[in-house]
Design a protein around this ligand. Structure first.
Ligand SMILES: *Cc1c(COP(=O)(O)O)cnc(C)c1O
Length: 230
């Protein structure tokens, strides 16, 4: 078996065990393969092994891979998961399917305005900095409700707010990791209670995916466990 296939199978087994442990259907969790720093050919192999959603951190690197893999374009989904500056929104609006890292209304407005009319709406998550780490971008929990309402009100044919994303602070303590994810899940529930039709919790990576599944993650962003160390 190819390494890509073996790694993918192993991650699927971890997800299945995590889902079984908390009584969730496996189908309620989507696996996003984070291919940053790995070449387009590594994505091609992972695609051949059955993987369909891929995440990139850096705009230029992601655009280069999207172009190199143009022959597969109709059969995979590209997600931007890294910081996005307002002067880089246009190529992102033109090339990606999802953006997980929206942390300001202005970025969402630009993405909506720049999304080409012939494409389906850009799928968007708001990034929340739950642990308030200075090194990470993301909205504070306090700022979230107002920004979420404003983003949800942008033209539906251009942009659709799907949910929330967070990066858990590295910790050896599973209970601490779960608290972060539980806080994001509560924030999503609060927005749903305010009438927003959201369905996505983008949380959990190679080291903490079990904790994220236990707290309701619907989209795991996994790099190292699939592609190896960076
Ligand atoms: C790199 C990255 C990941 C994947 O991390 P791994 O620990 O390699 O699984 C997930 N989310 C974001 C935002 C990242 O930058």
């Amino acid at each position: 078996m190819e390494v890509a296939e073996r790694n993918l199978q192993h991650v699927h087994e971890r997800i299945a065990r995590a889902c079984a442990a908390c009584g969730r259907p496996v189908r309620s969790v989507t696996l996003l393969a984070v291919s940053k720093t790995f070449p387009a050919e590594a994505v091609r192999k992972m695609h051949a092994a059955g993987q369909r959603d891929f995440g990139e951190n850096y705009v230029q690197e992601g655009l280069a891979k999207i172009e190199a893999l143009a022959d597969l374009r109709g059969d995979l989904q590209w997600h931007l998961i890294g910081p996005l500056q307002s002067n880089k929104t246009r190529p992102v609006a033109e090339a990606f399917d999802w953006v997980h890292s929206v942390d300001r209304l202005k970025i969402a407005e630009r993405l909506a305005a720049q999304r080409p009319a012939h494409l389906p709406p850009l799928q968007v998550c708001l990034q929340v900095n739950i642990d308030e780490e200075a090194s990470k971008s993301g909205l504070s929990l306090q700022a979230l409700p107002e920004v979420a309402q404003a983003v949800a009100a942008l033209p539906a044919q251009s942009l659709r707010l799907r949910g929330l994303m967070t990066i858990g602070a590295p910790s050896d303590d599973s209970a601490a990791r779960r608290r972060t994810f539980a806080t994001l899940a509560r924030a999503l529930a609060a927005l749903q209670a305010q009438g927003l039709a959201l369905d996505t919790l983008s949380m959990g990576m190679s080291a903490d995916l079990e904790d994220a599944v236990a707290e309701g993650s619907t989209l795991l962003r996994v790099g190292t466990a699939l592609f190896g160390g960076r």
